[in-house]
Design a binder for this molecule. Structure first.
Ligand code: GRG
Length: 287
């Protein structure tokens, strides 16, 4: 029990470090002047600093720690991943996509700032992620370029955007293999790259990076399965969810199986209790 409470406190410290880093990056001091830019900055800050779980950036920090690298070195990449994640949520909530009025218990970005500025806030967050990487890893240009490629692939048509396209226009009667691929792209790719990028920053060996990739892919899938189980408790689901396809019990078993595989792939790299805690946190999460 003590270990559990201690882990929770340790995770909270990493969340606070991410929040502080993002807050400082989005201070607005180096931006063009004028009310429209101030409004754009406010729209970005509303969603970026609006109470996310920080699952992806905390994952980056923990993988970095497992390889003995400081938070200072990983934070810019972790922040960039969170910016891409936040952009995807803003755009996903738009009327032309999911048309959601609320996220994290607050009005969605377009409900507060209007559709045009929600689009711009998302565009700006996506672009800023690459400004961060090119700026913060310029002392190691090879590494910076590598991180750029990894994040661009995970975010774009080979990853998250590709998954969203499959979601919007894929077949109505989707098989569980197709559903798995959809979610590996839409949700998994960004979680995978959060882990992989940190291993790259740490200068891990290619075989270790490959193990981290496997671990990240499994954790991404586990994250989505947990999300489906949570959504199902809130509303009846159809279509792109494991629950209507497999049933609640089977989906719960799949989450347990994939989480166990995450533990196994992690133990092939190292024993790192806070990452083990993160797998278990996802398995039991209630938001
Ligand atoms: C619009 C380009 C574009 C992509 C959208 C990821 C995505 C693709 C849409 C999000 C829709 C969604 C609810 C997916 C399920 C899994 C998921 C990404 C949940 C939200 O992530 P959390 O739980 O969010 O990490 P917080 O609020 O904690 O940041």
């Amino acid at each position: 029990m003590d270990l559990f409470l201690n882990s929770e406190d340790e995770i909270k410290k990493r969340i606070a470090a991410v929040d502080q880093w993002l807050d400082q990056w989005f201070h607005g001091r180096d931006l063009p002047q004028g009310a429209p830019i101030k409004y754009l900055l406010e729209a970005q800050r509303y969603s970026l600093l609006g109470g996310g779980k920080r699952f992806r950036p905390v994952l980056s920090l923990l993988v970095g720690e497992m390889f003995g690298v400081s938070a200072e070195k990983v934070l810019p990449f972790a922040g960039a991943v969170e910016m891409v994640h936040t952009y995807s949520l803003i755009h996903d909530d738009l009327p032309s996509m999911d048309n959601d009025d609320f996220r994290r218990g607050r009005p969605t970005n377009h409900k507060v700032y209007g559709e045009a500025f929600a689009l711009l806030a998302g565009d700006s967050l996506l672009t800023e992620a690459f400004t961060v990487i090119s700026h913060c890893y310029s002392d190691h240009p090879h590494q910076g370029l590598y991180l750029t490629r990894l994040l661009a692939q995970a975010a774009g048509q080979r990853g998250m955007v590709g998954g969203q396209a499959l979601d919007l226009k894929g077949p109505a009667n989707i098989t569980s293999a197709e559903l798995r691929l959809l979610h590996e792209l839409k949700t998994g790719a960004l979680i995978q790259v959060a882990a992989e990028g940190a291993a790259v920053i740490a200068g891990a060996k290619p075989s270790e990076i490959e193990s981290v990739r496997n671990f990240g892919l499994g954790l991404g899938l586990a994250f989505q399965i947990a999300d489906d189980l949570l959504d199902h408790q809130e509303k009846a689901q159809e279509g792109r969810s494991f629950v209507p396809l497999m049933g609640f019990e089977e989906t719960q078993s799949l989450l347990n199986k994939v989480s166990l595989e995450c533990h196994q792939s992690l133990s092939s790299i190292a024993r790192f209790p806070l990452l083990e805690y993160l797998i278990e946190f996802n398995q039991k999460r209630d938001k």
